[in-house]
Design a protein around this ligand. Sequence first.
Ligand code: GLA
Length: 760
Amino acid sequence: MQTTDLIQVDQQHLVFHLHNDKISYLFRVIPKIGQLENYYYGPRIQQPSLDGHLNEREIRPGNNLLTGNYTTSLEAIRQEYPVFGTTDFRQGAYAIRYPDGDEITAFKYSSYQVTPGYPDLGELPHARYGDETATTLTITLRDENSPLTLQLHYTINTTNALIIRSSTFTNSPQSKATYQLTKALSANLDLPSADYDLIHLHGAWAKEMQIQRQPLMVGRMSIDSDRGASSHQHNPFIALAATNADEQQGQVYGAALLYSGNFLAQVEVDNYAVTRLSLGISPTQFTWQLTPGTSFQTPEVVLSCTTTGLNGMSHEFHDFYRRHLIDRRWADQPKPILINNWEATYFDFNETKLLQLATKAQAVGLDLFVLDDGWFGRRDSDNGSLGNWTVDRHKLPAGLPHLVTAIHQLGLKFGLWFEPEMISTDTPLFQAHPEWRLGHPDKNISHGRNQYVLDFSNPQVVTAIFEQMAAILRSTKIDYIKWDMNRYISEAFSPYLAAQQQGELYHRYIMGVYHLYGLLAQSFPELMIESCAGGGGRFDAGMLYYAPQAWASDDTDAIERLKIQYGASLGYPLQAISSHVSAVPNHQVGRVTPLQTRGDVAMFGTFGYELDITKLSEAELVQIKRQIAFVKQQQHLLLTGEFTRLVSPFTSNQPAWQVYDRQSGQGLIAAYQILSPANPPYRRLRLQGLVPEQAYQLSRIDAHYQLGQPLLVHGDELMNLGIIFSEDYSERPADYWDRPQPHDFASQLFALRAVADPQA
Ligand code: GLA
């Protein structure tokens, strides 16, 4: 028996046990057939049986690998990384086309290796930091039918209820042939039950992150994106929740792909109630040429397993991304509170207008001024100039450095919008290099928002865009970039890639995007980048590796944002979710919501403003000033505390959530009321995750962000009985008529502070 702290290997039975205090992940090598069989993934088991007791084998009708042995049908075995067609008729995790045209693979176990830390996947987003607390198991399999090897990587750390998986396909340098990888998912998990609901986040432009929950069915359910980006439509994050699990309790598996391109997440339930969960790069139009001496590395999948409901799952993802994914330069750091001019001016601005906005922004205490779309080329509408990253002298005759200096002199940082992956046909770049546009030169190339996509699979294109961006970034001090991406790839064809490599385009494209992010990070280490794709069209864990926050949606309405942010929080920490206070009537839905509510929603994310601040009344400016001061004071808690969903806006008129930090004992609770009912029932809100015996001061926060008279309450009361909303008018009935009027779209914040128990 070989043991490290986190991985135990039983050499005799070839059983692998990855474990920490929270989870156990167990699989073995099946003797004779050399296949990997999953035994278990769930809460920690101290001493799992290794004597074969965990082998489940019925004799079932089926095709069998070994002559005379009726228990070697892979269809009846829960596997680690299955392939279709060699006795398993379910969906495989990978597929290889051989020079003869067949797809018959025979990978068998060869060896294993245990190494400290997280694997370094280069520019492909990957878990990182804290190598001393992580261990990786790599299983090597060899193909009997070719010189190919397959490595399966499993990483576990000491603290999180999750494992990280990926796989590497390698063609030997001695090989004489090229093999085509036509499918290469990152991980597969076969579970011995089908009593789960599939939960995923779907949407469209301006309505991202809608939660859908659906019982599994026998057969396949899948979500995917073949749009060249992870997409508004589906998110590369899914959960399988036990049918009785809810936000606060029950077993949940979470699966997230650290990747921003095309993906497939699939759940297949077979006729024996085995659930197969798989996730990885979408196989649609994917074919990778595995030439001699080369490897293909899949993106990583994070697979969590928790028993404390959906919140428990989210806590693991939030914690893990904060510590092991988001760049340390930005993770858990104070975030500048910004103002963005997009909804204030759209394309219609000049230096005077921008400086008026910035001056007011400075006066109310904002930190960062972001100049959005429209500053470059000749861009007065969305009809051109992308790829011409030179300042528009009609709008900014004194040039960009002049504006930036003025903004810096106000004491604000400066941010600038780019859409680096796009090209408009009216630009010098397009005229010089029409072949740098994605699409077949002899076939139709569709536009999206009047623009085309650059061929980021071509390294020259990435370099050329980097040089244009670098020239701007070197010309003056730019502190922040909003990197947008406003259309998907259709009619995928790269004029740069050879015919047989066209199936590599989508992956090479996204690797080009990552490369540009990497170049910018190297050359401008202080530059922070926010990702955006027409709102949340590329809101994924791959992007989070490079850009610590993402614009969650172009829908800035506070009430709609409740759902978007609630949905996003399932898989992503608050510090990744960019959210702004915008004008009323709201530009997307026309709704008029109170400024307080807009602030109380947006502060549960990375906070900012996106409205014409010069048009606000003095009273509104005073309120904004208080709002900003309050968020600054609470920001550390908001960005690093444990965020827990309490009541869902998808099912309730009175949604609520909380942030609580156990160490400091500080909490912030937000309760919203969408529509105000007449003669309402009493309302109680039960909190979560507090210390039962701990005494807390609970204070209502008023419209001026002042804390009211604190109540002394213990954790068990707040978690079981809850916060009481109604006032007691029994001794002062006359006051009832002077109470603040209830209204639609209302919000109420409460502050929580652990204190020494006066009775103790
Ligand atoms: C996208 C973004 C917006 C804004 C516009 C500018 O829609 O999501 O925030 O930047 O582009 O064109």
